[in-house]
Design a protein around this ligand. Structure first.
Ligand code: FE2
Length: 203
């Protein structure tokens, strides 16, 4: 079963702790993902924008339980247990971010077997254009503010420290932007520039 965005918003509200900004981050990511998704539809691409919006709204829901590196997996399990694995895809894809399974297996923060389980949970198995849109949208929202991708990833490096994992995330965010640009036939930045600085008050 697939959640409509209004149902995803309801689940987000139900799992939003007081005083936390991450649910607003999710709403901003959903705003960007929907904007890009609709532009891709206009260009003739087939994309389920409602599903994409729901996935974006819920991509960080695992933060209701942990802010650690496994919040993506945790969020997916939460949504799968609620009966909505398709809507939990964004929890997995914003974590894996298009990396190959061997890259994820090699990370020190979890056991290689978890990487295998995460990839096995991807349905469909292959990375899709909609996954790139969610990844790029997540790469475009710093806390609750829409910003250029380079700024967002520099902030992550500053906050969490330099690592090959985060550098790869930055590279993949840029790659997904380039993929979207090619699919649109014009620079994706043309869509986002008017939104740079757009923010949501996190309580
Ligand atoms: Fe996020």
């Amino acid at each position: 079963m697939v959640l409509a965005p209004a149902d995803a918003e309801r689940i987000l509200v139900e799992h939003s702790p007081e005083q936390e900004a991450w649910p607003h981050h999710c709403r901003q990511v959903a705003k960007v993902a929907r904007l890009i998704g609709e532009a891709l539809l206009d260009q003739g691409h087939s994309l389920d924008v409602e599903l994409l919006t729901s996935q974006a709204l819920l991509h960080d829901i695992g933060r209701a339980k942990t802010h650690g590196p496994l919040h993506g997996w945790t969020g997916f399990v939460m949504l799968r247990d609620l009966g909505f694995p398709k809507s939990g895809r964004g929890c997995l894809t914003h974590w894996l971010k298009g990396r190959a399974v061997d890259e994820v297996r090699a990370a020190k923060a979890w056991k290689p077997s978890l990487a295998d389980r995460a990839f096995k949970a991807l349905e469909p198995t292959l990375w899709e254009l909609a996954d790139s849109v969610l990844s790029f949208a997540d790469s475009s929202v710093q806390h609750t503010t829409i910003v250029p991708v380079t700024q967002r990833h520099q902030d992550l490096l500053d906050r969490y420290g330099d690592s090959s994992w985060l550098r790869r995330a930055a590279e993949l965010g840029e790659d997904h932007g380039a993929e979207i640009t090619a699919a649109l036939g014009f620079p994706v930045e043309h869509l986002l520039t008017p939104l740079f600085g757009d923010s949501v008050d996190g309580h």
